[in-house]
Structure formats: structure tokens, C-alpha cells
Write a protein that binds this ligand. Structure first.
Ligand code: SF4
Length: 701
């Protein structure tokens, strides 16, 4: 960190890590990012966490891809066998023209021989809105189907499914900063001090000011010491717990009858459904005392203004959509939507997962969640995209695409910025699928695990090297600006996708992200009154916004919901067990997730000096008593096995983890947690059950 004299210039932009969307200032010296300061954005008010403060030297790492690569004719068979420091054993450098010709030619050849459905695409929630939009447009108009998805399928797809179904919109109903106006807040299945650290500072301040914080999670966590109620419930028992809370609210007459009558539907059937969930009956299943369930119900229903925040502990289950349905019903029951200090807020993971989803990077929706199955919603895009003829069927999702490769239905992929060779459940199955592909194009900043399997690798600019907009968890559209130039021949993703499109015969007129944004506005009503010029001048606008001078609405749905009839819906949820439960062979429960210092598959943060120094080694967290029972010391080695595979990993003692549970972060390739995870899917959101697998833990040999 330096002073004003130590820098040549400064650039205002947005953090590339989590969905909080902190604004920051890059301080540039000698054309390098010398240090980073927090900036006064609406989501962070100058605050940054350790990743936003110290997480940028990855852009200068020697592993950066600086030239296009194509697979050598004499390369060894495809596998996870490329050294990112020396990829020339498997690849050779190519000119941009040769690489793009090969990339497009391979995909077009599969399309022409086997039909467009033989090709699928994964875009990225780490790219800009404009890049996400162009990517889905390329797959839809270049290959004639909707087999395009991204990592929202692995994080909040089930939350979005429940919100779309019951509220009519997949985004938050209120920004997280609205907690300032609440008197009670629930945080469930989320660990904000690690995963949304700046948002967590607002939650802590709320508690310090006297707000009632209720934390519910199978793991203890940083927020618990600020919580008035900490419900460490049994993994997978979310629906039972939430139904029991709602049973108390209704049976004690604490629900908001006026609100329910005015703004909701299906309450009578829902009330009858809740009869089956008295807290005394659910207490054993949840591992929570009935009186504590009653206390929480009374606190939330009695609040003047209450908010609910949730994370992937809620969404990453085979019953993830049911979990979210319960949270929506809980808020509706108490009238805690649409007013200051109230709202439903799934804390979005990636910095632009909201924006990428809004831009249509999902197989069932065009931009702005317009269903591909409705002809009247497809037609404007057919026109906008020059006679694209968008397919009328939903495409396949992330895990389904891997299965379709094994079935021989998908033969080629274009993967931009995603790393399914690390991020997919049952990752050995995903890696085998990638190895089977006839043609794989990977566009990234590093030679990721996924790029190991590529035929063509296209080097991309990193976020601090390009221009574009991103949308955070609060629905705030923010402008990102380039701080430094990309290394070597690396190019911005939008430019590479546009060059590929041209070779696929698509006639796109875009010379700058500004042009793409202007086109997006033609198909996305959510961007009404938001212009590129406005974002350049103001830095941020929240959607929806009422006019060119309106900064946008943090709180929505105070006057009804965007559903037929204007009413939100109560959808009953029954208890569904996890897809596999502990037994004699696999007696423990595996939960996976993130750590404060590392981001997702680690491709950026493990190449960042400060962050890697803080957390250099793969580790599994277990309760000290569990470690004693296993005869393993903290720092010793463990073997963790599930029905999919096994890893060896360092043991860490952590009293926050229940005694029958082990927590493993998924950032480490040398002990990849996703070798273990279960690919069973939630039937609505198609999200895998990352938060529950039966496992055996033993001392490593
Ligand atoms: Fe970046 Fe999220 Fe940290 Fe803010 S809280 S600095 S957006 S990682």
C-alpha cells in the first residue's frame, strides 16, 4: 500500500470475486496494480475483504496464457496431465487466425455432421454482462438450440427456480444493506464471514445495534457469536425445520392475515400442509429443541421488519428448491416483503452470476428470464438476432451436458471461463466426459484443469484488463474499467467470442462492449433507463429504475408481484431425504464449500501470493473429538472416501463442525473435493447435492 505519490494513476472498478460487488480503486505504478483501495460503492462503502484488498497479483502470474495454443498432433492422450508452467508438451503456439479457424471449424464441422445439438457451451459468471450475452447468443443462433449454461447451475439454480415459481422474479427482493432497517434477520445455509465478507460486516453491525440475528446452519460459523439464536440443525433437515417454524407461526396466530389476503394465493392449502409439522415431531429430525423452534418463530413473526438471507447450504441439495420455497413462504406468512427492512435475499456467489443469468446464460431462459418455450417471447430475439430461429425446447444443464457427452449426444464444447474439471460433482465422471469430446475449445486466463482436455485454448484478458458491466447480488449494475493491458496476445472475452461468431457465419456488428449493451437493452426491459453513458458517469445503477435520474429501487414488490394476478404463491414442501444417507460403510456426512482466502476452483487465488500464503494446503475440517476417535492429530493425514472416489488430505480441528460431519473446501486440485460429491440433482433447479454425501473417514496410510 502506498501514498498518492507512489502511483502513476488510479482506476475505479469492481472486485472480480464475490457477488457483493465491492467497488474499488486500482492504484497503478509502472503499468502494474501496486495496491487496491476500497471505493465508496453502494454495496461496500469503501470496505474490502482480504480477496478484494490483496487478490490481484494473479494477473501477472507466469502461468498466464499469452498466446493461442492448439493441441499438438503428437500430444499424449487427453487427461489431467499438463503442467501449466510447461504446456508445450501437449500444445503448440498458434496465430490467432489459426486458433480461431480451428476452434470455429471444429465446432461447425460437428454441427454440420451431427446437428447443432452435438455442441454445447458453458459461459462464465466471472465475465461481464456483455460477454455473457454474446456467449448465449452465439450458442443459440450459431447452433440452433439452448444447450448453454454456467455456474449458476451449481450455486443458486434451485433458489431461482423457487423464486420464479412463487414470486415471479429470480433476483433478490431487497439489497443486503436493507438489513439496516430490519429488526430481525435470518441467515440460513450461508457463511457470510467467509463467502460474502463485506456483507457480513453489515450483518454484524445490525446485531451490534440491537437487531435480532438468527443463524441456522449445520456448521457453526463466524456469525454465531453475533447471533441471538444459533440453530445448528442436522444436515439436510432444512424443510422439516422451516415447516416447523411456520407451523408455530400459524398455530399461534402470528401470521399477517392482512398481507396474506392482499398479496398471496394458496394459503388455505398451505396452512393444512403445515399441520403435519409440529415442532415436537420435527425436533429429533432437525436436532433442534422444540422450544428453540418456537422462540425463533415468535421472533421472526413478531418483527416489525424481517429479512431472510440464504446461501448454498440451502440451494445445493436435491431438495434445494423445496428449501427455498419454505423460505419464501416464511417471508410471505409474516408480510416481510416489499417494505424497508424486509425481503428475500439469496446471497449470490460469483461477482456476475446475477448478471450472467439476467443476460440469458441459462438453458431455459432468454435474456430477462423470458422462456424459450413461449413463441411470443422467442420472436423478438429471432428478429433482434437477424432471423436466429431460437429453438423452442429447454437446453441441457451443466451436469446433464456431461452425461450427454458420455451418451455420445454431445461431441463438442466451447467453454469460456468455467472449470468443470474441478467444479462439477463426481468430477472424475466430468473429466472422463471432457476427454471423450471430439472438439473442445477453452477460453481462459490460465491453463485450467479443464484446459488440460482442450483442442484449442484461447487466451483471455483478466477482469482488471477489460471494460464491461457486472451485476451484483443487490441488482446493482456496475461499470468495470481496465486498469492495465492484457499480457501478450490475450484479448477480452467479448472480442474472442465475436471473432468466433464471424467464423461461424454470424453477422454481428459490435466493436465495443457499449454496442453489446445497447443491443441487450432492446431485449431486456430490466435495463430500461440504464445506459452505458449513465453507467460510465455514475458507476452504478440498480434495476429496476424508474427514470434516467432514478438510482433504482433496492426494494421491490411492495405493491404486488410479477405473476399472473399479481400475487405470490405458497407452495408446500414435503421432507425429502438426501440422495444418499450414511450407512455402515459410509457412516459420516461430507459437506463441501469455500474458504475466505480461496475462490472456487482456486485458479486465481492459488496464484495470488498473500492468499496462497494464508491457506497454502488442502484441508478437511472435523470436530476435535472426531479426530481423537480416529486417532489423527490436527495436521495429520486423512483419507476420505465416498461411492465416487477417495482423496487424502490434511486434517484440521474445528469445533464448528458437528461430530458426524466433515467439511472439505473445493479449491484444491491435489485433494479435489468434487471427486467425492454426489451428482444427484434437484428436479427443478437441476443443482447437484454438494452439501450432503455419505462418506468414510479414516487415517491415511
Ligand atoms: Fe470482493 Fe466480495 Fe470481498 Fe467485496 S466481499 S472485496 S466483492 S470478495
Amino acid at each position: 500500500r502506498g501514498s498518492r505519490q507512489d502511483k502513476d494513476r488510479e482506476v475505479r472498478s469492481v472486485c472480480p470475486y464475490c457477488g457483493v460487488g465491492c467497488q474499488l480503486t486500482f492504484n497503478i505504478r509502472d503499468e502494474k496494480i501496486a495496491w487496491v483501495d476500497g471505493a465508496p460503492g453502494p454495496a461496500n462503502e469503501n470496505r474490502l475483504c482480504v480477496k478484494g484488498r490483496f487478490g490481484f497479483d494473479y494477473i501477472g502470474h507466469p502461468h498466464r496464457l499469452t498466446a493461442p495454443l492448439v493441441r499438438r498432433d503428437d500430444a499424449p492422450p487427453k487427461g489431467l496431465n499438463v503442467d501449466p508452467a510447461d504446456p508445450m508438451t501437449h500444445f503448440r503456439e498458434a496465430s490467432w487466425d489459426e486458433a480461431l479457424d480451428r476452434a470455429a471449424g471444429g465446432l461447425a464441422g460437428l454441427r454440420d455432421r451431427h446437428g447443432g445439438r452435438a455442441v454445447a457451451g458453458f459461459g462464465s459468471a466471472k465475465c461481464s454482462n456483455e460477454e455473457a450475452y454474446l456467449f448465449q447468443k452465439l450458442i443459440r443462433s450459431g447452433f440452433g438450440h439452448n444447450n448453454v449454461d454456467h455456474c449458476t447451475r451449481l450455486c443458486h439454480a434451485s433458489s431461482v427456480a423457487a423464486l420464479m415459481e412463487n414470486v415471479g422474479s429470480g433476483a433478490v427482493t431487497a439489497g443486503f444493506n436493507e438489513i439496516e432497517n430490519a429488526d430481525v434477520a435470518i441467515v440460513i445455509g450461508a457463511n457470510p464471514t467467509e463467502n460474502h465478507p463485506v456483507a457480513a460486516t453489515y450483518f454484524k453491525q445490525f446485531a451490534k445495534r440491537g437487531g435480532t440475528l438468527i443463524v441456522m446452519d449445520p456448521r457453526g460459523q463466524g456469525l454465531r457469536r453475533h447471533a441471538e439464536h444459533m440453530l445448528q440443525f442436522r444436515p439436510g433437515s432444512d424443510v422439516a425445520l422451516l415447516n416447523a417454524i411456520m407451523h408455530v407461526i400459524v398455530s399461534e396466530g402470528l401470521h399477517d392475515r392482512q398481507y396474506i389476503d392482499a398479496y398471496t394465493e394458496n394459503f388455505d392449502a398451505f396452512r393444512t400442509h403445515l399441520d403435519g409439522f409440529p415442532p415436537e415431531k420435527m425436533a429429533d429430525l432437525c436436532g433442534i429443541d422444540a422450544e428453540e423452534i418456537r422462540a425463533v418463530a415468535r421472533a421472526f413473526a413478531g418483527a416489525r421488519a424481517g429479512m431472510i438471507f440464504w446461501g448454498m447450504g440451502v440451494s445445493q441439495h436435491v431438495h434445494g428448491t423445496d428449501n427455498s420455497r419454505c423460505l419464501i413462504s416464511l417471508a410471505l406468512l409474516c408480510g416481510h416483503v416489499g417494505r424497508p427492512g424486509t425481503g428475500l435475499h439469496p446471497l449470490r456467489g460469483q461477482n456476475n452470476v446475477q448478471g450472467a443469468s439476467d443476460a440469458g446464460l441459462i438453458p431455459m431462459f432468454l435474456p430477462d428470464y423470458q422462456s424459450v418455450e413461449q413463441a411470443e417471447l422467442r420472436a423478438p430475439f429471432d428478429t433482434l438476432w437477424g432471423g436466429a430461429n431460437v429453438a423452442p425446447e429447454r437446453g441441457l444443464t451443466v451436469v446433464e451436458i456431461m452425461d450427454a457427452i458420455h451418451d455420445g449426444d454431445i461431441r463438442g464444447m466451447y467453454i469460456l471461463g468455467e472449470n468443470p474439471a474441478m467444479s462439477d460433482p463426481d468430477v472424475d465422471h466430468a473429466r472422463a466426459a471432457l476427454a471423450r469430446l471430439d472438439h473442445l475449445v477453452v477460453q481462459d486466463i490460465f491453463l485450467t484443469e479443464t484446459a488440460n482436455y482442450a483442442d484449442v485454448i484461447l487466451p483471455a484478458a483478466a477482469w482488471p484488463e477489460k471494460t464491461g458491466t457486472v451485476t451484483n447480488t443487490n441488482r446493482q449494475v456496475q461499470m468495470g474499467r481496465p486498469a492495465v493491458a492484457p499480457p501478450g496476445q490475450a484479448r477480452p472475452d467479448w472480442e474472442i467470442t465475436a471473432a468466433l461468431a464471424k467464423r461461424l457465419g454470424l453477422d454481428w456488428a459490435c466493436d465495443h462492449p457499449r454496442d453489446v449493451f445497447a443491443e441487450m437493452k432492446q431485449g431486456m426491459a430490466s435495463l430500461d433507463n440504464i445506459t452505458w453513458d449513465r453507467l460510465e458517469a455514475e458507476g452504478v445503477v440498480t434495476y429496476p429504475t424508474e427514470g434516467p435520474d432514478d438510482p433504482g429501487r433496492s426494494i421491490v414488490f411492495g405493491d404486488g408481484f410479477p405473476r399472473a394476478g399479481g400475487r405470490a404463491r405458497f407452495t408446500p414442501a414435503e421432507v425429502t431425504p438426501p440422495a444418499e444417507v450414511p450407512d455402515a460403510r459410509f457412516p459420516m456426512i461430507l459437506i463441501t464449500g469455500r474458504q475466505l482466502e480461496h475462490w472456487h476452483t482456486g485458479s486465481m487465488t492459488r496464484r495470488t501470493a498473500v492468499l496462497d500464503a494464508l491457506e497454502p494446503e488442502a484441508n478437511a475440517a472435523l470436530h476435535p473429538r472426531t479426530l481423537r476417535r480416529l486417532g489423527v492429530e490436527a495436521g495429520g493425514r486423512l483419507r476420505i472416501e465416498t461411492r465416487r472416489g477417495a482423496i487424502e488430505i490434511m486434517a484440521r480441528a474445528d469445533r464448528a463442525v458437528a461430530e458426524d460431519t466433515v467439511f472439505v473446501p473445493f479449491a484444491y486440485v491435489e485433494a479435489a473435493a468434487n471427486i467425492l460429491t454426489n451428482p444427484a440433482l434437484d428436479p427443478f433447479g437441476k443443482i447437484p447435492e454438494f452439501k450432503y454425501a455419505a462418506c468414510a473417514v479414516t487415517p491415511a496410510d
